[in-house]
Structures are given as C-alpha cells and as structure tokens.
Design a protein around this ligand. Structure first.
Ligand code: IPM
Ligand code: MG
Length: 360
C-alpha cells in the first residue's frame, strides 16, 4: 500500500524550499518506484490568513492520517502582532504536541566540501558528526502555568514553567541511547542541574536509563558549558540529549559549525516512528520570495524521512549521494558560497540534486 506524505510548506522560504524537496520525492516516485502519494495542507501564518488558525482542523486531521510529514517553516513579521495563541509558531508546536512527536533528531554534519563556509577553523570542524536529540513535547515550551499577570502594584509579571515527568525524560534518553548504539556509543546529557531542580531530576533519570546501556559512555554537562564546548571543541560530542529549550538553542549553535543553518535537516518522531521532517531553520522572511534560500536542509529532511519513517535506507542514501554530488560540482546557494564556487538560486540547486539523483 502506498505511503501518504503530507506536505506542509508553511510561510516565508518554506514555500520555495519545500517545492524543491517535493521534486526530489517525485523523482524517487517516478524513477525509482517509491510508493507514495502526496497531499498538501496549510500551516502557520498562511493557514491563519486562510482559515483563522495556524493549525486548522483539516490540517490536523490529514496529519493524523499521514505516514509522514514534510514541513517547510512557519512565522514571519506579518503575524507577530497576533495574540500568541494564534501565532504561526503555535501551529507547529500544536502539531508536535497533538501527534506526540517527542523525539527531535537534529544531526549536525559537516560536508567536507563546506569546510570553508564555517566561521570556525577547518581543523576544529572537519569530520564533525553530532546528533542532537532534543525533547520536543514538554519542558518550558508547554509547561503550565504560563502567562503574564498584572500584580497589585500594577506591574506586569511574566511566567513560564519548566516541568518534566520522569517518564518523559526516560523515553527521550532511551532514544538517544539507541541512536548512540548505532554510532560511537557516547551520550552527553545536557542540563542545568546546578540551578534547576527539574533538570537535576533529568540527570538522575539519565543515569538510571544509562545503566541499561552499559556499552554507552554517558556524560553530563551544564548547558552553558555545552554551548561553549560546542564552539571550542565540537568533535568531542557524539550524541547530545537535552530539554526542549536547551535543544532549540544548542541545535542552532551546532548548525553554524557546519557552515550554514541552511544545511541541517531534522526528524520529529513519535513512539512508533511516525515523523515530521523539517529543516531546522526558520522561515527567513528577509530572503523569502527571492529564490535564494538553500533547499538542501529540506532535501536532506526527505532523506531522514526515507530512513526513519518509510524504511527506505537505500533511497535515503541515494538522496544524500545526490546532495554530495551537487556540492562536489561546486554549486552553492549564497549562504554556503565561498570563493571559487558557483552561486546558484533555490531552484537551480533543487534541479541539480534531482539531476544527480536521476544519474543514480
Ligand atoms: C525550531 C524553531 C521552533 C522552536 C519555533 C519556530 C517554534 O525554532 O524548530 O527550532 O522553537 O522549536
Ligand atoms: Mg529553533
């Protein structure tokens, strides 16, 4: 039976980059017999404009039925004045929560062809291959109570709650451990156990789970140190596992080690491996509509989808090889451009990947 992919372009450059990733999926379907059908739905600001909500009922229903989802990005200045409850970001957060996509895998891999695009010295980043495992449906992003209240004095007070249950920590650390078993068998759990009770408990649970994986070397690091170590000596890390907000911040940081946030894909998985796949970057309103955004993070997200949700490792490798070949040819979108390479736009980059894919 064919697998159903829900395509959710969203806002800003989301439209442009997803169009290129869809070309890749279509090529796999038409040339290599990938048995899929694709639907498209609205999410984010465009959904708010069309349906009055960033995650319309119709989109949520299609998402629940899909085998996997491909998302572009959400948000933009146009929707910033809206109440936080209907901002585009709520669409994305709602989808993650409603579908139980608790495990967010964010690989940071340096393509050797891009060593010059990193702001760090090549010897610091060459060979870099980190997997950040970010908890995605809990923590301060979703904790209650939250809000802004007016005190008796008339002053406003804003508050959010960092909250984790043992079971939530347990399951995300297990995901990290399982991934580490297929890699270099090292997990660094990142917390702020010296200050925050919630993450002190996180560390305790991580230690308990670690006992079930005697082959994995488990270490712990405070988040401030982890941020520093990521730019100082990033190759010390294999798998990092952390809370929703720390993971949000550290994965942006890790992305720049690889030259551009435009290169990094992600997978958000539920308990059964159903997933949503998206680039880790945002909607980049500053360059939206100009045809210059890098589609590779989204195309590489398709590779993750093939691997984690569609059980098509061979096809995933095909896509990754095609991306590599395109980089070998010297094609670069502006974000990864360096002297001696050829600057191209979003469409030309996508077309080049598809051409490389066709060649096999
Ligand atoms: C990300 C983004 C989102 C997040 C935003 C758009 C809600 O920054 O996926 O990293 O904070 O999780
Ligand atoms: Mg982020």
């Amino acid at each position: 039976m064919s697998k159903n992919i829900l395509v959710l372009p969203g806002d800003g450059i989301g439209q442009e980059i997803v169009a290129e990733a869809v070309k890749v999926l279509a090529c796999l379907r038409d040339d290599y017999g990938l048995d899929i059908d694709m639907d498209e739905a609205l999410i984010g600001g465009v959904a708010y404009d069309a349906a009055g909500h960033p995650l319309p009922e119709a989109t949520l229903n299609l998402a629940k039925e899909a085998d996997a989802m491909l998302l572009g990005a959400v948000g933009g200045p146009k929707w910033e004045p809206l109440d936080i409850s209907v901002r585009p970001e709520k669409g994305l957060l709602g989808l993650r929560k409603e579908l139980g996509l608790f495990a967010n895998l964010r690989p940071a891999i340096l393509y050797p062809q891009l060593a010059d695009a990193s702001t760090l010295r090549p010897e610091v980043v060459s060979g870099l291959d980190i997997m950040i495992v970010r908890e995605l449906t809990g923590g301060i992003y979703f904790g209650q109570p939250r809000g802004v209240r007016v005190l008796e004095s008339g002053e406003k007070e804003g508050f959010n709650t960092l909250v984790y249950r043992e079971s939530e920590v347990d399951r995300i650390v297990r995901v990290a451990m399982d991934i580490a078993m297929k890699r270099n068998k090292r997990v660094c759990s990142v917390d702020k156990a010296n200050v925050l009770e919630c993450t002190e408990m996180w560390r305790e649970v991580a230690v308990k789970v670690g006992a079930d994986y005697p082959e994995v070397e488990l270490s712990h690091m405070y988040v401030d140190n982890a941020a520093m170590q990521l730019v100082r000596a990033p190759k010390q890390f294999d798998v990092m596992v952390t809370t929703n907000m720390f993971g949000d911040i550290l994965s942006d940081c890790a992305s720049m080690l690889t030259g551009s946030i435009g290169m990094l894909p992600s997978a958000s998985l539920d308990e059964h491996g159903k997933g949503m796949y998206e680039p880790i970057h945002g909607s980049a309103p500053d360059i939206a509509g100009q045809g210059v955004a890098n589609p590779l993070a989204t195309i590489l997200s398709v590779a993750m989808m093939l691997r984690y949700s569609l059980d098509e490792d061979n096809m995933a490798e095909r896509v990754e090889r095609a991306v590599n070949k395109t980089l070998d040819q010297g094609l670069r979108t502006p974000d990864i451009y360096s002297k001696g390479t050829q600057k191209v736009g979003t469409e030309a980059m996508g077309d080049a990947v598809v051409a490389a894919l066709r060649e096999g």
